[in-house]
Design a binder for this molecule. Structure first.
Ligand SMILES: Cc1cc2nc3c(=O)[nH]c(=O)nc-3n(C[C@H](O)[C@H](O)[C@H](O)COP(=O)(O)O)c2cc1C
Length: 360
């Protein structure tokens, strides 16, 4: 039997309805150690978990908690129902090694035998979302099963349409923040590594828009901690990163860094490998191939936090964590917590490995 809890050979729908698969379908056979940590003053067993994406619904979150991932982020939801890009959504990269933004890579549709320690993957889902009433009900049910030591974070974002103005997009973020808060989720996370309106690039690359959205959400979210998910910002744009962190510090509670790195993915003949819209020529690389970027961002963010003396500013390190050593590499930088998406998908016992490695 395969261990993966998300089966990349099945459609998103099949995963949503019938998943999780692999190890998350059963309970661990042996007890594992519990530690004593906290995030936003909420006790957690270990500052480790799964970031927005692979935990599609309450069944997946339950599996994550059972397998020792204390910090479970419920997949990014939207304020309106939204479809998934056509299958396949996860492909293996033939080239290994560090991937940089805009690189051209050759993909392989056969994902049967991935070696997550070395192979990179790329994912292209388009951030699908169930209707609001479906995810709200599901999140509320998940919260009823949240036992002490575990924490649910709910990720959300605004939805862009072709006819939208920038201010309508900002309003949609605030509206969706309100819908997310209504669930009672103890921590919210807004995804800013998504397309902007009226400008090129991602929201997190536009400090002014990021700041305006955060301000618009402030009255809505009240006292609920809000994290901001950002993409990789290269070292030669350090001043932009610092301005973004200032805005996040002014209007939110912390940062989750990093999201996937966008690269051009083709078949052996140089053509777009993922079917459908031309936007799918670019997709998000994750796993070991982006560890360098996640660690580099975490280091720069921690240095800035220290320089500013922001004691309560929460930093969650993400990117390329596939082994206990990777977890420790992030924790050594001083981050508050670490999460793993790709590593956890293929190694659902990763949190237990970390807990057993003698740190608790
Ligand atoms: C299958 C999959 C789906 C993802 N979906 C989302 C998402 O909906 N929202 C989001 O903010 N990030 C999403 N991500 C990005 C992850 O949260 C994470 O930032 C990225 O994969 C880097 O971590 P990793 O190297 O551990 O995979 C997704 C990642 C994967 C692998």
């Amino acid at each position: 039997m395969k261990n993966e809890f998300y089966d990349s050979n099945k459609t998103y729908e099949e995963n949503y309805t019938d998943g999780p698969f692999g190890l998350f379908r059963k309970l661990p056979e042996q007890e594992y150690p519990k530690g004593q940590y906290s995030l936003f003053g909420i006790p957690i067993d270990i500052p480790f978990g799964i970031p927005a994406g692979p935990l599609l619904n309450s069944n997946f979150v339950r599996g994550a908690w059972a397998w020792g991932f204390s910090l479970a982020t419920y997949k990014t939801v939207r304020g309106t129902e939204y479809p998934c890009h056509p299958f396949p959504n996860v492909i293996r990269l033939k080239s290994s090694g560090n991937v940089r933004p805009g690189d051209t890579l050759v993909g392989d549709l056969n994902i049967d035998s991935i070696d997550v320690m070395h192979d990179g993957i790329t994912n292209s889902f388009g951030v699908p979302s169930r209707p609001v009433e479906v995810w709200q009900k599901d999140v509320r049910e998940t919260l009823q099963e949240m036992t002490p030591g575990n924490l649910l974070l709910l990720s959300f974002m605004g939805t862009k349409s072709d006819t939208m103005t920038s201010s309508q997009y900002i309003d949609d973020f605030a509206r969706t923040a309100k819908l997310a808060k209504e669930t009672g989720a103890p921590v919210l996370e807004v995804n800013f590594s998504c397309p902007n309106v009226g400008k090129e690039g991602l929201i997190c690359n536009d400090v002014e828009t990021s700041s305006t959205i955060l301000e618009a959400m402030k009255p809505v979210r009240g006292n609920v901690p809000l994290l901001v998910k950002v993409g990789y910002i290269p070292a030669d744009q350090q001043s932009m990163l610092e301005a973004l962190l200032d805005a996040i510090h002014d209007h939110a509670s912390g940062v989750v860094s990093i999201n996937t790195i966008q690269a051009k993915v083709t078949n052996d003949g140089g053509q777009q490998i993922l079917p459908g819209s031309p936007v799918r020529l670019y997709s998000g690389v994750c796993g070991g191939a982006i560890r360098w970027a996640g660690l580099e961002m975490a280091e720069r963010i921690m240095a800035y936090k220290k320089r500013k003396g922001w004691k309560d500013f929460v930093v969650i390190g993400v990117g390329g964590v596939v082994s206990p050593d990777d977890y420790f590499a992030y924790m050594k930088l001083g981050v508050d917590a670490v999460q793993s998406a790709t590593g956890a998908m293929w190694k659902p016992d990763l949190a237990i490995d970390i807990r057993r490695s003698g740190i608790l």
